[in-house]
Design a protein around this ligand. Structure first.
Ligand code: ZN
Length: 112
Protein backbone atom coordinates (compact mmCIF):
# COMPACT_ATOMS: atom_id res chain seq x y z
CA UNK A 1 0.00 0.00 0.00
CA UNK A 2 1.62 3.19 -1.18
CA UNK A 3 0.26 6.58 -0.23
CA UNK A 4 1.63 9.47 -2.21
CA UNK A 5 -0.11 12.76 -1.62
CA UNK A 6 1.42 14.37 -4.70
CA UNK A 7 -0.41 11.96 -6.96
CA UNK A 8 -3.77 12.23 -5.22
CA UNK A 9 -6.60 13.45 -7.40
CA UNK A 10 -7.75 16.99 -6.77
CA UNK A 11 -11.22 15.83 -5.70
CA UNK A 12 -9.73 13.77 -2.92
CA UNK A 13 -7.87 16.76 -1.52
CA UNK A 14 -11.00 18.85 -1.63
CA UNK A 15 -12.97 16.20 0.22
CA UNK A 16 -10.19 16.01 2.77
CA UNK A 17 -10.16 19.75 3.27
CA UNK A 18 -13.92 19.76 3.67
CA UNK A 19 -13.50 17.18 6.44
CA UNK A 20 -10.86 19.35 8.12
CA UNK A 21 -13.20 22.33 7.84
CA UNK A 22 -16.01 20.28 9.41
CA UNK A 23 -13.71 19.47 12.34
CA UNK A 24 -12.83 23.15 12.76
CA UNK A 25 -16.52 24.04 12.74
CA UNK A 26 -16.94 21.73 15.73
CA UNK A 27 -14.38 23.64 17.78
CA UNK A 28 -10.68 24.32 18.30
CA UNK A 29 -8.35 21.46 17.32
CA UNK A 30 -4.63 20.76 17.14
CA UNK A 31 -2.85 19.36 14.09
CA UNK A 32 -2.47 16.05 15.91
CA UNK A 33 -6.19 15.85 16.62
CA UNK A 34 -6.98 16.73 13.01
CA UNK A 35 -4.61 14.05 11.74
CA UNK A 36 -6.51 11.46 13.76
CA UNK A 37 -9.92 12.80 12.78
CA UNK A 38 -9.35 12.86 9.02
CA UNK A 39 -6.82 10.00 8.92
CA UNK A 40 -3.77 11.73 7.51
CA UNK A 41 -0.28 12.12 8.92
CA UNK A 42 0.24 15.02 11.31
CA UNK A 43 2.87 16.55 9.04
CA UNK A 44 0.39 16.54 6.15
CA UNK A 45 -2.09 18.67 8.09
CA UNK A 46 -0.19 21.97 7.71
CA UNK A 47 -0.34 22.23 3.88
CA UNK A 48 -4.08 21.60 3.98
CA UNK A 49 -4.53 24.29 6.63
CA UNK A 50 -2.55 26.72 4.48
CA UNK A 51 -4.82 26.02 1.55
CA UNK A 52 -7.93 26.28 3.72
CA UNK A 53 -6.79 29.64 5.07
CA UNK A 54 -6.69 31.00 1.52
CA UNK A 55 -10.06 29.61 0.50
CA UNK A 56 -11.68 30.80 3.74
CA UNK A 57 -11.10 34.43 2.79
CA UNK A 58 -14.02 34.20 0.40
CA UNK A 59 -16.37 32.87 3.07
CA UNK A 60 -16.01 35.67 5.65
CA UNK A 61 -14.12 33.49 8.08
CA UNK A 62 -10.49 33.04 8.87
CA UNK A 63 -8.31 30.44 10.45
CA UNK A 64 -7.18 31.67 13.86
CA UNK A 65 -4.16 30.18 15.60
CA UNK A 66 -3.75 29.95 19.35
CA UNK A 67 0.05 30.11 19.58
CA UNK A 68 2.13 27.17 20.68
CA UNK A 69 3.48 27.52 24.20
CA UNK A 70 6.52 26.14 25.99
CA UNK A 71 5.43 23.90 28.84
CA UNK A 72 8.58 24.66 30.81
CA UNK A 73 8.99 28.45 30.76
CA UNK A 74 5.66 29.53 29.29
CA UNK A 75 7.16 31.17 26.19
CA UNK A 76 4.43 31.79 23.62
CA UNK A 77 5.19 31.53 19.91
CA UNK A 78 3.10 34.61 19.15
CA UNK A 79 5.00 35.65 16.03
CA UNK A 80 4.79 32.25 14.47
CA UNK A 81 2.30 32.16 11.62
CA UNK A 82 3.03 28.65 10.48
CA UNK A 83 0.84 25.66 11.08
CA UNK A 84 3.47 23.26 12.27
CA UNK A 85 4.51 22.70 15.84
CA UNK A 86 7.86 24.25 16.82
CA UNK A 87 10.47 21.68 17.77
CA UNK A 88 12.09 23.55 20.66
CA UNK A 89 11.69 26.68 22.75
CA UNK A 90 14.04 29.52 21.69
CA UNK A 91 14.27 30.72 25.28
CA UNK A 92 14.94 27.58 27.34
CA UNK A 93 15.55 24.95 24.60
CA UNK A 94 12.88 22.78 26.14
CA UNK A 95 11.23 20.44 23.62
CA UNK A 96 8.00 20.03 25.53
CA UNK A 97 5.84 22.38 23.50
CA UNK A 98 2.11 22.73 23.81
CA UNK A 99 1.05 22.62 20.13
CA UNK A 100 -0.78 25.46 18.38
CA UNK A 101 -4.58 25.20 18.35
CA UNK A 102 -6.61 26.07 15.26
CA UNK A 103 -10.11 27.44 15.17
CA UNK A 104 -12.44 29.36 12.88
CA UNK A 105 -13.01 33.03 13.64
CA UNK A 106 -14.91 35.86 11.97
CA UNK A 107 -12.78 37.70 9.46
CA UNK A 108 -13.27 41.15 10.99
CA UNK A 109 -11.67 40.01 14.22
CA UNK A 110 -8.12 41.16 13.65
CA UNK A 111 -5.26 39.33 15.35
CA UNK A 112 -3.90 41.10 18.41
ZN1 ZN B 1 10.80 27.49 27.17
Amino acid sequence: MVERSDTEPREQNQTLRQSILDCLEEGPVTARELSGLVHIREKDVAPHLEHLEKSLRRSGKRLAIEPAECLQCGFRFEKRRRFTKPSACPRCRCQRIDPPVFRLAPQDQSPA
